[in-house]
Write a protein that binds this ligand. Structure first.
Ligand code: HEM
Length: 507
């Protein structure tokens, strides 16, 4: 009897301690953070205790959901309305909440540079969305989600697969993959002089194929199921990111959670199989999988377990496909709209590579105009709309006193469209901004981030995009189709909501 009473008491005490911790985390800490921000005049939409501003955010997106009346580039108010509406209403910086931690949206190149290049450890990669275990399922515990020593270790293992020399070695493969995409376009052109194509779909397949081939030594077909499952995971991850996460909620068997678990399990199993199939081929290779497999065999600090490798594969499948596909999509749409730059870029490609030669490492580096077009596309239509950091200790940022626990949101897209930085024509497509010799502030333009956590796939993305765009221009003329509806939208990355229909004809 006494033992039962003691057990009961212990359970009660444990439950009380849990409750107190929960209250502290859900009520006291957010209240304290909010008060400190308020005292400095930082405001935002009124929040609810559990859901923060998820409802207001949903309403804001819905209010701006109509497609744009024409194909213009002043679309930040549609794709990321918080940076315009809430900034106008509450001033800058402003704060909003998706759960119990504030997201402080800061602005200006100086702040972006200070935060991203900080070496004191005051700002940690990732934020609320990464902390939510449900959204973390999408990318796994890979490089994007990792922090601290473990992140540095993975980064050291992985980076060599993406250095420029290594990427240049992959040019023939990327060129062959692009060629086979264009052969299919050509077949369509055999019966009609001009035909419509959704380039967004085409470039998603292309970049999925490229990442499968050069990172894992496999083909798109092998990885296709993983990409499809990840597409479904994106929707569920987005839901999770925008709602409050109650500790332990992932174990509650709701319909969505069950689907999340089965997707996660199937992706991990598919990756495990894929790694096994390609193990032999990759072990001696210096591709991403090869480097990670080598790391799994060492007994040094670089050791990586199979589950860690699977996590990284998830990260790379997603990060490698979405972003580059969207860069290519927006670049071709912009060139289809702006004939002057389409002609300039094509003339350059034909002059440097001729009509029939695929670009190689040497000719690729001579394609200055194509490079300028891609850089301007990344400015106007950055695939990653923002970068997040968690503030690890109380820190001074300019005049602001930012308390530990705040999530900092660096709005890439807003800074890239800022008239004060880019001038009166900030919302116009003008690749000449990036002509040789022209400079800009490091924190004013950072589509790949800056500092120690800068995108590890940057070289691959740029080589792939340059090569694919040059090959498209070499063979096809592009026009915007009358069925294209201009509706840039944030779905993790910046995407055309209704596809990217172009009219294409062989030249
Ligand atoms: C146009 C294409 C791309 C854009 C715009 C882009 C953008 C970004 C940005 C903004 C970050 C966050 C940096 C930070 O937190 O400071 C990032 C990180 C990352 N990207 Fe990319 N990315 C692109 C292509 C790729 C590709 C092709 C891959 C892989 C093959 C890749 C893999 C990653 C990984 C693994 C990280 C996390 C790096 C780390 O935390 O160390 N990205 N990217």
């Amino acid at each position: 009897m006494a033992a039962l009473a003691a057990l009961l008491l212990a359970t009660l005490l444990a439950a009380l301690a849990y409750l107190l911790r929960l209250l502290r985390s859900l009520v006291w800490v957010p209240h304290r953070l909010e008060r400190r921000l308020r005292r400095q005049g930082i405001r935002g939409p009124p929040r609810s205790l559990l859901y923060g501003n998820a409802a207001e955010y949903g309403a804001l997106i819905a209010a701006h959901s109509a497609p744009l009346a024409s194909f213009h580039h002043a679309f930040v108010g549609r794709a990321a309305p918080e940076y315009r509406d809430w900034a106008a209403q509450y001033g800058r910086p402003f704060v909003f909440w998706f759960g119990p931690r504030p997201r402080l949206v800061v602005s200006g190149p100086e702040v972006a540079k200070a935060v991203l290049t900080d070496s004191t450890g005051a700002f940690r990669k990732g934020s609320g969305s990464n902390v939510n275990p449900l959204s973390r399922q999408l990318l796994g515990e890979g490089l994007v989600a990792l922090t601290g020593e473990k992140w540095a270790h993975h980064r050291r293992v992985i980076s060599p697969a993406f250095n420029m020399e290594r990427i240049k070695g992959w040019i023939p493969e990327i060129s062959a993959i692009t060629s086979s995409m264009l052969d299919k376009w050509e077949v369509q052109g055999e019966t009609r002089a001009e035909f419509e194509i959704d380039v967004n779909k085409e470039f998603h397949t292309l970049s999925a194929d490229v990442i499968s081939c050069i990172a894992f030594g496999s083909s798109y077909e092998e990885g296709k199921r993983i990409f499809e499952l990840q597409d479904e995971q994106v929707q569920l991850a987005l839901l999770a990111m925008r709602t409050f996460y109650f500790p332990g909620f992932r174990f509650v068997p709701t319909k969505k959670n069950q689907r999340r678990h089965s997707l996660n399990k199937e992706i991990r199993n598919s990756l495990r199989r894929l790694i096994e199939i390609n193990r032999k081929k990759c072990e001696d290779s210096k591709n991403l999988l090869g480097l990670m497999l080598s790391a799994s065999k060492t007994d040094t600090e670089f050791k990586m377990g199979i589950e860690e490798i699977i996590d990284e594969c998830k990260t790379f499948y997603f990060a490698g496909k979405e972003t580059t596909a969207n860069l290519l999509t927006w670049a071709t749409l912009l060139l289809a709209l702006c004939k002057e730059w389409q002609h300039k870029a094509r003339d350059e490609v034909l002059q440097v590579c001729g009509k029939n030669e695929h670009p190689n490492a040497e000719t690729l580096s001579s394609l200055k105009i194509v490079n300028m077009v891609l850089k301007e596309t990344l400015r106007l239509y950055p695939p990653a709309l923002f970068v997040n950091r968690t503030v690890t200790r109380d820190v001074k940022l300019g005049k602001l006193d930012i308390p530990a626990g705040t999530q900092l949101n660096l709005p890439i897209i807003d800074i890239h469209h800022d008239v004060d930085i880019w001038g009166a024509n900030a919302e116009e497509f003008d690749p000449s901004r990036f002509a040789d010799g022209k400079s800009y502030h490091l924190g004013a333009y950072f589509p790949f981030g800056i500092g120690p956590a800068i995108c590890v796939g940057q070289n691959l993305a740029m080589v792939e995009a340059k090569l694919a765009l040059a090959m498209v221009l070499q063979q096809f003329a592009l026009d915007v189709s009358s069925s294209y509806v201009h509706a840039p939208m944030k779905v993790m990355t910046l995407q055309p909501q209704y596809g990217a229909q172009l009219l294409v004809h062989k030249i």
